[in-house]
Design a protein around this ligand. Structure first.
Ligand SMILES: *[C@@H]1O[C@H](CO)[C@@H](O)[C@H](O)[C@H]1NC(C)=O
Ligand SMILES: *[C@@H]1O[C@H](CO)[C@@H](O)[C@H](O)[C@H]1NC(C)=O
Ligand SMILES: *[C@@H]1O[C@H](CO)[C@@H](O)[C@H](O)[C@H]1NC(C)=O
Length: 273
């Protein structure tokens, strides 16, 4: 055989393999751990499908659509997926239930057509994330003798995993302000409005808010402690509201601590004299 027929054969073989998806970016799909996910399959319109072979690390399943009203035949080749996969018509997209960490990674669907020797390949990349639990807020505050009380808030999520982002929402001001990042610094001085801060944690499968925290209350009453892990959220909210009302009431009649400080200072001055 000369060079040319060889070349022809190679081209023919490549075409028969039909890796039309070669070189294309895989479709990114995200799934929540222990939930369900679908890898959507597209069939060329007007084509009759002979078979679809799904692959993950190895051959996953073979789907043979039934001809003229006959039932579809499905063979799950990889025991790891046994009982957890179904193939939803009309395009036989792969549906996985109770997704596990091991399910993450590349997937391919090879679609073999009835009418031609050609097959098409579709590529996917599945990423699995845990659904985030409610964020917790750690509060640090300094109560200075005078001036603004500095407050730093740090937001965190238990077993957060990869690709978690945090943002803060400030309520109580006329304008609702949002800020990125897990930490937030603010200050509060007697007479200031008590603003409420909410942290939002997000990852590719969703986002969840913390309970709101009225950071100024920590400065106003050093004995005050937020208890976000309280079993009854309603009770915590009630207490928060009650404290807020007390602080507001106290604020209206001027903050007594400042007055006491002033009085002490006056006494000191008198002593000095
Ligand atoms: C989901 O899979 C886990 C193991 O990965 C298993 O422990 C759990 O029982 C399964 N849940 C359901 C609803 O099948
Ligand atoms: C509070 O923060 C400001 C700057 O943000 C700083 O100048 C000041 O010293 C801080 N006060 C205390 C008591 O840490
Ligand atoms: C995090 O997200 C970026 C895209 O936003 C992605 O490129 C990266 O692979 C992700 N990391 C993990 C560990 O999933």
């Amino acid at each position: 055989m000369g060079t040319l027929p060889w070349l022809f054969l190679v081209l023919l073989l490549q075409e028969a393999k039909g890796y039309s998806g070669d070189g294309v970016e895989p479709e990114e799909v995200v799934a929540a751990l222990q939930e369900s996910v679908s890898l959507p399959l597209e069939i060329p319109p007007g084509e009759e499908v002979k078979s679809i072979v799904w692959f993950s690390q190895k051959r996953l399943a073979t789907v043979m659509p039934g001809k003229e009203g006959q039932p579809v035949s499905v063979v799950v080749d990889d025991p790891h997926y046994e009982g957890r996969v179904s193939f939803l018509g009309p395009s036989y997209s792969l549906h996985i239930r109770n997704v596990s960490w091991q399910d993450s990674g590349p997937y391919q669907a090879q679609v073999n057509l009835q009418t031609s020797q050609l097959s098409t390949m579709q590529h996917y990349n599945l990423r699995v994330y845990r659904r985030l639990s409610q964020p917790q807020i750690a509060v640090n505050f300094e109560i200075p003798g005078e001036g603004a009380c500095n407050i730093s808030l740090v937001c965190s999520v238990d077993r957060a995993g990869m690709n978690v982002t945090y943002s803060w929402l400030t309520l109580g001001d006329s304008a609702e302000a949002a800020q990125e990042g897990s930490g937030l610094s603010t200050s509060w001085r007697p007479g200031d409005k008590v603003l409420s801060y909410t942290c939002r944690a997000s990852n590719p499968v969703g986002s969840i808010n913390s309970l709101p925290i009225a950071a100024g209350l920590f400065c106003a009453d050093p004995g005050y402690r937020e208890t976000p892990s309280m079993p009854s959220c309603l009770l915590a909210k009630g207490l928060l509201l009650l404290l807020l009302l007390i602080i507001l009431a106290v604020g209206l009649c001027e903050v007594p601590r400042t007055r006491k400080l002033k009085r002490n200072r006056i006494k000191l001055r008198k002593k000095e004299k």
